[in-house]
Design a binder for this molecule. Sequence first.
Ligand SMILES: Cc1cc2nc3c(=O)[nH]c(=O)nc-3n(C[C@H](O)[C@H](O)[C@H](O)COP(=O)(O)OP(=O)(O)OC[C@H]3O[C@@H](n4cnc5c(N)ncnc54)[C@H](O)[C@@H]3O)c2cc1C
Length: 382
Amino acid sequence: MIASDGTTALRTRLRRLIDERLPADYVGSFTGDPKDLATAEEFSRLLGAEQLLCMAWPAQYGGQAAGPWLQTVVREEMWSHFEPRGAQYMGVNWVGPVIMRYGTEKQKQQHLPPISSGEMIWCQGFSEPEAGSDLGAMRTTATKEGDGYRINGQKVWTSYAPIAGWCFLLARLDARTKDKRDGITVFLVRTDSPGFEVRPLQTLVGPYHLNEVFLTDVFVPADQVLGEVGQGWRIVMDVLAYERIGIARYAKCDRLLAEVRESIGDGWAEVPAALRDRWARALVRSRQARLMAYRVVASQDAGRVDPADVSAYRIAVTILDQEVSEVLMELAGPSVLAPDSDGDRLARTIEDHWRYALAGTVSSGTIEMQRRSLARAILENR
Ligand SMILES: Cc1cc2nc3c(=O)[nH]c(=O)nc-3n(C[C@H](O)[C@H](O)[C@H](O)COP(=O)(O)OP(=O)(O)OC[C@H]3O[C@@H](n4cnc5c(N)ncnc54)[C@H](O)[C@@H]3O)c2cc1C
């Protein structure tokens, strides 16, 4: 990234805030220790109060109308400090932008300020038991009733549902459409609506991450439909594009590779040459992923994003994550498998990183589906 237009000053400001306000032992908000989640919530509110959480948004919705490069600086600084925005990134990266694009003025006024102030967490109700990669196969239904809709069905893998106040939910009004992508509608649903039931799933990625959501006659007022009824698929495509670029895990990989090298100190010469080579290759790949992210940001800045670039970045960053986590594990040694919860911050971070990296090639669309999208985008552009 070219250090201009305020990017250096912004990095300095963010690092100062992090130094002053983020505990030195913070490794992420989903460790299972409630104090880490509280830290992330407090830090998000701090960023919100400084108008740094959603910098790219217009001032009237809590931003500074900053360009995508400044927003990228925020993203990188957060990821290289173990993402103290916690679950807020959902609202910041894609819920807010699509509400801004497709929402009514009333929806913007209602939903955007609580996101940009760091007060409101959103979850994403897309996947269903028989509809993950094949999202068009989703079966949750919406039925018109009075001045709203009744929703029935089941979602699965809904991240952060127990701590979210709202859910960005897909449901189908008409099951008989020829193309299964037709007829899908986006509903903005309060998670405390009667009939909205969350059941947490115990998984490797830790608390709050994965849940089932059961919807039984949930009533959603008509003014909480986003965009046009039955035209949700286009919004979904936008969501996925925003979601896939908005996560700067390469910044975290870069930092952890540097830290593990530093922790080994003079012992580095004793590390087997093949492992040192893998460390160097992983570092090169993290820089490559950074450049691929910058390619997308540059096209965002120019107003036209190529879906091939988005998929290529997502593929690169998820493979990077897994490669880095393996190298880190081997360099740091067995203590990482059972880190002392009060002890070695680096070991705890590596363990946390490794667990999540495993899921990276599934969440936000599997790597196989990303490869399909990349191939399709390249062929269509020929
Ligand atoms: C950590 C994590 C967080 C998540 N958070 C959310 C969330 O907040 N909200 C939400 O809605 N969902 C969420 N998901 C769900 C995620 O989007 C789905 O798991 C993903 O889309 C895959 O769907 P599936 O699990 O049904 O697998 P399937 O779609 O059944 O896929 C199974 C396997 O078959 C392969 N496959 C399927 N179709 C094809 C094809 N046409 N060509 C080639 N290979 C194919 C897949 O690549 C995969 O390897 C999350 C998942 C994870 C792991």
